[in-house]
Design a protein around this ligand. Structure first.
Ligand code: WT7
Length: 654
């Protein structure tokens, strides 16, 4: 690193693009002015990236806010846009995905032509099972090529998919299947993670028993492990799909036809089914993939390390890259399997040029040491991206220096399941990026920070992050609950989308995200609801009451900390019994929601701090979990409670 930079704190550093990068960048400075001057004309221009069977007649219908319609009157097919048109343009032999399995030596290369054939076969298979346009199909899969095939086959038929992250429990899967009424599930016997096979099918069986609406389960054989089988319901993917025709004439759907539902945690126990529709969503993905990642599809090799079970996997592993005819990498497993250099080995093997990951992974690699990435040739990387949570400036500088060789732009992209695509980010060829800041909204989007009354705050102040105009990839509603859609996002501030994040503007007007202002936690870039975990804990017979907070964690950003009041009969007799019970409760949460929700720490306490109106004061619990001096307790009903809890907490911290 140059001396000039070394004298600055991490926050003070500025990283403009190199002259060469700037000269060749896809998005230039003038895009801001163009989009600002006439946003709808700007979006209409971005929509030309797609192939429309029937062109739209109105870019935006906002006559019934907050229910938006984009590219009204247009008709298109998402799968056609991701596959057929590229094959027709002569790109059939281009690699769509380099798939790398976790077990060493296993890999597969899939061209656009092959992917199109497999998607057509899978679409024909779904038709054979009676899936029709509009039917919901649940997908519960590991990171294998069939998962992408399944997603695109659903899109091809206009059957909205709901992909449920493979780490979620049977209960979480059941509640999602039931909420959107999916009668067909696509799954696998299991997948590979951390060096061994982990099962998926048993959770599907359990979920099916629970909801009783599932007609068909298609099972990919991945690990070869024994699975329970229900003859009328279950069918092997290889028996069903391989014998289908590779021809499928797709239908073209209205621009607003539902493309998928993705469940995400909110402030109540019930996850929200975020609905994305076809035209606007695909425009948002295609534009940002091209502009923010500076994608040159003929030469780049792109790798987004997200799991396909999250929105990042949808927008930036599937729809964005494929809409632009990108060559991508998908890797099945964890970064430490079979060794801690695995990701960098994969980058070297495929010559990755654009790399997109989450801060929690970056911090983990920092901890593992610079010598691990140093063993691999990462010189082809020309852009790095970060997403999912605030990136601390030190991790940003490490990422840029050690992985990016001090040359490459790092794009810190802020967005949400609800926004569908990137909303804030430096422009890689334009912005002198500040480590730790997502900077400002990208051309076409208008993000701001407002005070309690919805007034834009001056530079140097903080407030709530909002979006001031509708945008093409925005969610259209919460599945089956328009009221909750209006209440959650459009009622806090008149005419503005409320993101749920706190943020501040610095002296230059650049925005720094401070984290959630609601009861939503961010653990390793995954969104978890405090209420959902509390409900899971309270469902255990020994638990009387529970409060959950997200406490700062050096690796995962936040960690789940739970305070539990036991039922009197369940009081452990000694410390060992207490410890065993804590482990039992952690397991219980994993069983109810999934391992990602397992509390890092559970404290058994006699009381919880509450206001006089009976509301749990999470702020105080957070203070204890983060080992700070406990803050103001004057609104507590009984302030002596805090002494009790602090004493208990000191004794039981991991
Ligand atoms: C929440 C959305 C969409 C990507 C995956 C997460 C936080 C996301 C950033 C960033 C600071 C970020 C916010 C947001 N977040 N990206 N670059 N800097 N915070 O999607 O699960 O819907 O979570 O993740 O708090 O509201 P999600």
């Amino acid at each position: 690193m140059t001396d000039a930079l070394e004298n600055l704190t991490y926050e003070e550093r500025r990283f403009p693009p190199s002259a060469e990068f700037a000269a060749n960048a896809n998005l230039k400075e003038d895009a801001y002015a163009a989009a600002q001057g006439d946003p709808l004309a700007f979006w209409a221009e971005q929509a030309e990236r797609l192939d429309w069977h029937t062109k739209w007649d109105t870019v935006l219908d906002w006559s019934n806010p907050p229910f938006a319609k984009w590219f009204v009157g247009g008709r298109l097919n998402a799968s056609y846009n991701c596959l057929d048109r590229h094959v027709a343009a002569g790109l059939g032999d281009r690699v769509a995905y380099h798939w790398e399995g976790e077990p060493q030596g296993e890999s597969r290369e899939i061209t656009y032509a092959q992917l199109k054939d497999e998607v057509c076969q899978a679409a024909n298979a779904l038709i054979e099972l009676g899936v029709k346009t509009g039917d919901r199909v649940a997908i519960y899969m590991p990171m294998i090529p069939e998962t992408i095939v399944a997603i695109l086959a659903c899109a091809r038929l206009g059957a909205p998919h709901t992909v449920v992250f493979g780490g979620f429990s049977a209960d979480a899967l059941a509640s999602r299947i039931s909420d959107c009424h999916a009668e067909v599930i696509i799954t696998a016997d299991g997948g590979y993670r951390r060096g061994s096979a982990s099962a998926l099918k048993p959770a599907v069986d359990e979920a099916c028993d629970k909801v009783g609406i599932v007609r068909k389960v298609i099972v990919v054989r991945r690990t070869g492990s024994e699975v329970a089988w229900h003859d009328e319901r279950d069918v092997w993917w290889h028996d069903l799909v391989a014998r289908q025709s590779t021809e499928h004439e797709c239908e073209f759907f209205d621009s607003e036809h539902p493309l998928y539902v993705m469940y995400t945690s909110g402030t109540t126990g019930q996850p929200k089914g975020i609905l994305h529709t076809t035209g606007g969503y695909l425009v948002g993905c295609a534009y940002t993939q091209w502009g923010i990642f500076d994608l040159k599809p003929e030469s780049d090799v792109y790798w987004c390390t997200a799991d396909v079970g999250w929105v990042t996997g949808h927008s930036y592993m599937v729809y964005g890259p494929l809409a632009n005819a990108t060559t991508s990498v998908i890797y099945e497993g964890t970064p430490d399997s079979p060794h801690k250099g695995r990701w960098w080995e994969v980058c070297e093997k495929y010559g990755v040029t654009l790399f997109y990951t989450a801060p929690t992974a970056i911090r983990t690699f920092m901890r593992w040491g610079d010598d691990i990435p140093a063993k691999y040739d990462l010189s082809k990387i020309r852009l790095l991206g970060s997403v999912g949570e605030p990136i601390n400036p030190e991790a940003y500088v490490w990422y840029r220096t050690v992985i990016g060789g001090e040359q490459v732009p790092v794009v810190d992209t802020w967005w949400q399941t609800e926004t569908g695509a990137v909303m804030m980010s430096p422009l890689p060829g334009v912005t002198a990026a500040k480590p730790g800041s997502a900077m400002r909204s990208i051309p076409g989007i208008e993000v701001d920070v407002v005070d309690n009354d919805g007034q834009s705050v001056p530079d140097g102040s903080g407030g709530f992050l909002v979006v001031k105009r509708p945008w093409p990839a925005m969610l259209r509603t919460i599945w089956g609950d328009d009221d909750r859609y209006v209440d959650t996002y459009w009622s806090r501030f008149e005419g503005m989308y409320f993101a749920g994040d706190g943020a501040k503007k610095d002296e230059d007007g650049d925005i720094w995200i401070l984290g959630r202002v609601d009861d939503v936690m961010n653990v390793s870039g995954h969104r978890l609801s405090t209420t959902e975990i509390e409900s899971a804990l309270v469902s255990h017979p020994k638990v009387a009451e529970a409060a959950v907070v997200g406490a700062k964690d050096d690796t995962t950003g936040q960690a789940v900390c739970a305070y539990v009041i036991l039922r009197e009969v369940a009081a452990p007799t000694d410390a060992a019994a207490g410890e065993a019970l804590i482990q039992e409760l952690r397991q219980h949460v994993a069983h109810e929601i999934g391992a990602i929700a397992k509390p890092r720490q559970i404290m058994l306490v006699p009381e919880l701090p509450k206001t006089r109106s009976g509301k749990i004061m999470r702020r105080l619990l957070r203070d204890i979990a983060e080992k700070r001096e406990v803050g103001d307790v004057t609104t507590l009903a009984d302030s002596s409670v805090m002494d009790l809890i602090s004493t208990e907490a000191k004794g039981s911290t991991d």
